[in-house]
Design a protein around this ligand. Structure first.
Ligand code: ZN
Length: 451
């Protein structure tokens, strides 16, 4: 029984043959895709809800592999600073977050991600003020309300300033508290079943904010629990210097020495990986979440995506936290991945289709979901984006994928997540966007101490 059919669109399947149908249709039954084909809709599907998608491009929903949703309330701070200076200015502000602030921030961030074509997002939450309430639970409620497939990680920091770390002592936790809370989060929320809308990961923050013991214990807990493992790595020159000084090696060598590099791990940024690190990532099938706009905003550099892909490293895209990427549009990251790769490596360094693939299948692989999402194929989950390309901004660009990637962000005609309509006619329909904006504004005023 088919419930919905999108017809008359250019269909970018990203199936194993990379088929495209210039005038095709996609049929959905409940939460799954049932048919993807060229040509008009067959008579036998006439009873389903029909969506005339002519003038549109259908793609798999985008997959966001790195974010800090709580940062939506702290956008526009330290906007001319490096990563370390930006962190030092923001840590004391983030120390004041609590459950209502995180709920408001996460709802706004997820609603905007949906508007940019994202159907699955991870979150890396690593700030847990002692009296802040259930901030991880608040992000999970927000994702359920907006309706995105969600892979939150229980992040952590245990290396305060007095022990040689970057964050102030009052916003780090002790390792026992972290391990107990992480185990509890997995037990309470993680859903490993097929089609899952919610999977937990484990994510100590970075080499300069967590101890060696926490990295080791976190990897053990994740592997004992069958969940994935994530951290920031090789983001800036400052981090390289920190690792050389404190550990006598590169960030990648440090993680490797702790048994981290493996196919259940993905690393945010990876801007400063050398050839040896890239070979080691490829051999271990460790993934990289490429966050081009955040890296540019903080002047961190440009990730060597061409070298990573040539070596066979799994690569996905991430918007990163909204405090280091005020735009926070996942489609914009697809564009940036294309343009930055070419700016650094020449016109052949990234095709527009490769960039869409990083933002869909690539991300799905980092989250361990490539069998279920990331392409339009019968049997896969109905996570689908429908982009309108017949308006002024794109009219006249013959290739619809080039129009999507190189043109401005098009209106999002429809976004389905697990078969449910989340965006229609470029508006989020699961939440009231006006109320979400008001709540986010109030949250940022509270954090700025101006309420
Ligand atoms: Zn980050």
């Amino acid at each position: 029984m088919t419930s919905l059919v999108l017809s008359g669109a250019h269909v970018l399947t990203l199936n194993p043959r990379r088929d495209e149908h210039p005038a095709g249709y996609v049929a959905v039954d409940g939460t799954r895709i049932t048919e993807v084909a060229a040509g008009p809709v067959p008579e036998r599907l006439a009873g389903a809800r029909q969506v005339d998608a002519s003038g549109c491009l259908v793609t798999p929903g985008l997959v966001n592999t790195h974010h800090h949703l709580y940062q939506w309330a702290t956008r526009g701070w330290a906007f001319d600073a490096t990563l370390f200076d930006w962190l030092v200015e923001l840590y004391p502000v983030w120390a004041r977050i609590d459950e209502p602030i995180v709920r408001a921030s996460a709802t706004a961030a997820l609603a905007w991600l949906a508007r940019s074509g994202c159907t699955t997002s991870m979150d890396h939450h690593y700030v847990f003020p002692r009296h802040g309430g259930d901030v991880l639970g608040a992000t999970i409620e927000a994702a359920a309300e907006v309706g995105l497939r969600f892979h939150p990680t229980r992040g952590s920091m245990d290396l305060g300033e007095s022990s040689g770390g970057l964050p102030p002592d009052h916003i780090v936790e002790d390792i026992d508290t972290i391990m107990e809370a992480t185990q509890a989060a997995i037990g309470r929320f993680h859903d490993p079943s097929p089609g899952s809308m919610l999977r937990i990961g484990v994510a100590p923050c970075s080499p300069f904010s967590v101890t060696r013991e926490l990295l080791t214990e976190s990897a053990k807990l994740a592997r004992d629990s069958g969940v994935r493992l994530h951290t920031h790595l090789a983001e800036t020159d400052d981090e390289d210097e920190y690792c050389a000084e404190h550990f006598g090696c590169t960030p990648a060598e440090y993680l490797d020495s702790l048994g981290w590099l493996a196919s259940d791990v993905w690393l945010a940024h990876g801007v400063h990986f050398g050839d040896a690190a890239i070979a080691r990532l490829a051999a271990s099938a460790t993934g990289v979440a490429h966050c081009p706009y955040s890296n540019a905003r903080l002047g961190a550099g440009i990730c060597r995506t061409r070298a990573l892909l040539d070596a066979g490293v799994p690569v996905g895209l991430g918007v990163d936290g909204a405090a280091s990427n005020e735009a926070s549009s996942l489609l914009a990251e697809v564009t940036a991945a294309t343009q930055f790769a070419r700016a650094a490596g020449g016109p052949q360094a990234m095709t527009v289709r490769q960039a869409v693939e990083l933002g869909t299948l690539g991300g799905a692989r980092l989250l361990g979901r490539e069998a279920e999402i990331g392409s339009l194929e019968p049997g896969k989950l109905a996570d689908i984006a429908l982009w309108r390309l017949d308006g002024v901004p794109h009219a006249g660009i013959a290739d619809p994928v080039a129009a999507l990637v190189l043109g401005p962000q098009p209106p999002l005609e429809l976004l389905l997540v697990n078969g449910r309509v989340v965006v229609e006619h470029d508006r989020v329909v699961t939440v009231d966007e006006r109320q979400v904006a008001d709540a986010a504004r109030r949250a940022s005023l509270v954090l700025a101490g101006r309420d």
